[in-house]
Design a binder for this molecule. Structure first.
Ligand code: CP
Ligand code: NVA
Length: 301
């Protein structure tokens, strides 16, 4: 594993290795065991979009691993004034030991990786959010004990989260059902990917059909970063694509509900369901830290 650009590029074994290491690092942290595995290393963190969890968890993660993290806002970098990513990659590779980037186009992340000579981590693009889904998988195993036999349900926009959830959950042996409005399906490349898992994936516009016998429920905002001006239109299209008590009434016993956050209560999830599942949702947020530390160690140690 040289980079973390998408989950498609990782094998099931590589994902499990990351999750196992994440569990170990979490245990060590909880027990006060220091792990300065990245002493003297520096991670650059390029942000072209806002962030709370990703920024703080990567920064704290590097600190806990004995290294350093630099917050590089695109507002201040020359990249924000048009310096090509190809040049930025070759320059930053000479100062840093790894780059984490949150941006719009997946191609920008791929270019950074191919022109640079250090590991690149995708911290969210319009296409994928692999770091989030590694934390989600870690949380599922923590609450459910194992992956096999579980059915994952995603309700809402076929966005970056939907794309990475589908890939990550199928790779780990879970069934996945997705309900989106027509025209808002997951990426075509991801739908192609699902063909490698016959009988394990369904896509529908029918929320209740997707939810039936679900064990793990996911949703995400109706308008992602960069889609703010579509908000009014999206509210009309997505009304009803919500995790609520009716949806959970057809789930299997003790369903989990996950949300990458930030959440919009009474849009994609009711406040009631959100609060009833806060234990899972905030463990998921915490697990960003542990899962990303595992990724940093795998890539930079
Ligand atoms: N879930 C997530 O990536 O959160 P931030 O946008 O706050 O980083
Ligand atoms: N789909 C959301 C996820 C935020 C973590 C977005 O891209 O804005």
């Amino acid at each position: 594993m040289k980079h973390l650009l998408t989950l498609e590029q990782l094998s099931k074994e590589e994902i499990l290795e990351i999750l196992n290491l994440a569990d170990q690092l979490k245990f060590e942290k909880k027990n006060g065991i220091e792990h300065h595995i990245l002493k003297g290393k520096t991670l650059g963190m390029i942000f072209q979009k806002s962030s709370t969890r990703t920024r703080v968890s990567f920064e704290v993660g590097m600190y806990e691993l004995g290294g350093n993290a630099l917050f590089l806002s695109s507002r201040d970098l020359q990249i924000g004034r048009g310096e090509p990513v190809q040049d930025t990659a070759r320059v930053l590779s000479r100062y840093l030991d790894g780059i984490m980037i949150r941006t719009f186009a997946q191609k920008e992340v791929e270019d950074l990786a191919s022109y640079g000579s250090i590991p690149v981590i995708n911290a969210l693009t319009d296409y994928a959010h692999p770091c989030q889904v590694l934390a989600d998988l870690m949380t599922i195993r923590e609450f459910k004990g194992a992956f096999e036999g579980l059915k994952c349900v995603y309700i809402g926009d076929g966005n970056n989260m939907a794309n990475s959830i589908i890939v990550g959950c199928l790779k780990l042996g879970m069934k996945v059902s997705v309900a989106t409005p027509k025209g808002y399906e997951p990426d075509q490349k991801v739908l192609e990917f699902t063909k490698q898992y016959p009988g394990m994936f369904t896509l529908t516009t029918d929320i209740m059909e997707a939810a039936k016998d679900g064990d793990v429920f996911f949703t995400d905002v109706w308008a992602s970063m960069g889609q703010e001006e579509e908000m009014a239109e999206r509210i009309k299209v997505f009304t009803g694509y919500q995790i609520n008590d009716t949806v959970l009434s057809v789930a299997n016993e003790k369903p989990m509900v996950l949300h990458c956050l930030p959440a919009h209560r009474e849009e994609e999830i009711t406040a009631k369901v959100f609060e009833e599942h806060a234990a899972e949702i905030f463990e998921e947020a915490e697990n960003r830290l542990h899962a990303q530390k595992a990724v940093l160690v795998k890539l930079m140690a």
